[in-house]
Design a protein around this ligand. Structure first.
Ligand code: ZN
Length: 269
């Protein structure tokens, strides 16, 4: 049975736009316009254009062309009904250029896994420090995460380190909550999911997004509690939410935290 995402990513939080305007008929013999991967945004006089990625989607259910910002990727998503020409989407991009610029340019910049950047671990800001001479792999030193070795491999090493930390820290929440609830998950897998923070399969396997290790511990705790509760209730029924409530008292705060901060966590690295 498919699960609804725990906290569906809501990249349309800033408000999706819809257009019912039909595209002008394309002139005869002109080739149909292609759906471009990027769109050039004019961000200021004399400034080079900002190239924003565009994801094109076809939807049998969509009635109109829609445009939204995907804060996780810093790009645009254009959804076209099954038979709507690409030109209609391109028109929407053109007529909403300033709306797009205003939203894209105010997205918070996501830190990368490089020397001098700061990333959260359990919600605590940690400075990334490259120590090329050291032979220690990746380790925590007070408020710093130190990475030894070649600069070219920093990002990969740091990511692997965070995956290991995620297994330890998220695994601790899952084990403690399972014991409290008297339930036993079949296993814990970590993924780099971009659309959901966790899920629980009908075989009892819990999946969590490893990026949660960057969120505060109480947010990790809620997501783990949510998935543990699915071991008993395979739905989002009142009984399910009652069980979540006995395992975790900060559901609404955690959901609000993820709505606000989740898109940035998705882009870190
Ligand atoms: Zn759920």
């Amino acid at each position: 049975m498919p699960r609804r995402p725990l906290v569906p990513s809501r990249p349309d939080g800033a408000g999706a736009l819809r257009s019912s305007r039909a595209a002008p008929p394309a002139p005869r013999r002109a080739p149909a316009p292609q759906a471009p991967d990027t769109v050039a945004l004019q961000i200021g006089a004399g400034a080079p254009p900002l190239m924003a990625p565009v994801l094109w989607r076809r939807s049998a259910r969509a009635r109109r062309v829609t445009l939204r910002i995907d804060p996780a990727k810093g790009g645009l998503v254009v959804t076209l009904p099954a038979r709507t020409p690409v030109e209609t989407g391109l028109n929407l991009l053109r007529t909403h250029h300033d709306w797009i610029v205003a939203r894209i340019t105010t997205l918070p910049a996501a830190p990368t896994f490089q020397d001098g950047e700061t990333i959260p671990l359990d919600g605590t800001p940690m400075l990334i420090r490259h120590c090329p001479q050291a032979r220690r792999g990746v380790w925590i030193d007070g408020p710093e995460i130190r990475v030894s070795g070649d600069a070219d491999f920093m990002a990969r090493r740091l990511r692997e380190f965070l995956m290991r930390e995620a297994r330890t820290r998220l695994g601790r929440h899952v084990a403690a909550l399972a014991a409290t609830a008297g339930l036993k998950p079949a296993g814990l897998v970590l993924r780099d999911t971009r659309s959901r923070w966790g899920s629980c399969s009908d075989s009892g396997q819990i999946m969590l997004c490893w990026r949660l290790v960057m969120a505060p511990a109480w947010v990790q705790h809620y997501v783990a509690a949510h998935e543990i509760a699915h071991l008993r209730h395979f739905d989002h029924s009142p009984a399910f939410w009652r069980l979540v409530g006995t395992l975790c008292t900060t559901r609404h705060e955690a959901e609000a935290w993820l709505r606000t901060n989740g898109p940035l966590l998705m882009r870190i690295g």
